[in-house]
Design a protein around this ligand. Structure first.
Ligand SMILES: Nc1ncnc2c1ncn2[C@@H]1O[C@H](COP(=O)(O)OP(=O)(O)OP(=O)(O)O)[C@@H](O)[C@H]1O
Length: 250
């Protein structure tokens, strides 16, 4: 996906200013940067969730405005932070919401929908809580249900804002495997991450600061690590341990 002249002004402040952006298809891009850099704002603007956004966003080569809401919802899955309004729903029904773009108007879920929900819940190990209201789950359990909802869409493009929030280490590792499998199957994943060591395992890094893209490139490149150190005012130390990047605060 991509964007041109993307701007967000809120209460008279320019929050985001991205003249041109191309996110490679079939790869995993991690969006990183300090608090307040505009990462969530960028992701929401790309997802067409921010009425205040100006500019052009393209999804699979077509302007967002040219997509019907339904086909866009089938093509682009969203995992956001602190989403309200679904606490009273059973976890299973929350995940089924991910199948809405595939269902006929007022139609019952098909066998395919039910299988997609079960597979996604088993993949995130949340199937055991399917009969529990979302509001009664722990932060990590809830996050895994919401991840299942995004996976159940079977979308070509997945946008995830802080998907690792509240996940314990094994489930962070599972998330990584899930993303790798998605990308291997040709999907595009864009995730905002604060876990910089995980972000450095992405294919591409998009580094934001003060509402601007200050670097975009292959995460394996030294230039990405230099850009990271710079936007965090050199308050991080990046080490390689057993072939993986470890980022420590300093
Ligand atoms: N509704 C709003 N009204 C005014 N300013 C806002 C609003 N939402 C966000 N901002 C401001 O926009 C800037 C970018 O916010 P955003 O949430 O995109 O940052 P972020 O990079 O995701 O931050 P974090 O790492 O803290 O989650 C911040 O300075 C924030 O205060």
């Amino acid at each position: 996906m991509g964007a041109r002249d993307l701007q967000v002004v809120l209460h008279g402040r320019r929050i985001l200013d991205v003249p041109a952006l191309a996110i490679p298809a079939g790869r995993w891009t991690a969006v990183v940067g300090p608090n307040g850099a505009g990462k969530t704002t960028l992701l929401k603007a790309l997802a067409h969730l921010l009425p205040a956004a100006r500019g052009r966003v393209q999804l699979m080569g077509r302007d967002m405005e040219d997509w019907s809401g339904r086909s866009r919802a089938r093509t682009l899955a969203w995992l956001g932070q602190n989403e309200g309004g679904t606490d009273d729903l059973l976890a299973h029904d929350v995940v089924m919401l991910g199948r809405l773009p595939h269902q006929a108007w007022l139609g019952a879920p098909s066998a395919l929908d039910r299988a997609a929900v079960e597979n996604a819940m088993r993949q995130t190990q949340s199937w055991d809580w399917r009969e529990r209201p979302l509001g009664q789950l722990s932060g990590g359990e809830r996050q895994r249900v919401l991840l299942a909802r995004a996976l159940a869409v079977h979308a070509d493009v997945l946008l995830m804002d802080e998907p690792l929030a509240n996940l314990d280490a094994p489930h962070q590792a599972d998330w990584l495997l899930t993303v790798r499998a998605l990308v291997d199957a040709g999907h595009t994943v864009v995730s905002v991450l604060h876990e910089l060591g995980m972000a450095l395992q992405a294919d591409e890094l998009l580094v934001l600061a003060q509402g601007r893209v200050v670097h975009q490139g292959r995460a394996a490149d030294a230039a990405c690590r230099a850009a990271l150190a710079s936007v965090f005012d050199h308050r991080i130390a990046i080490h390689q341990v057993a072939g993986q990047w470890v980022v420590l605060p300093q």
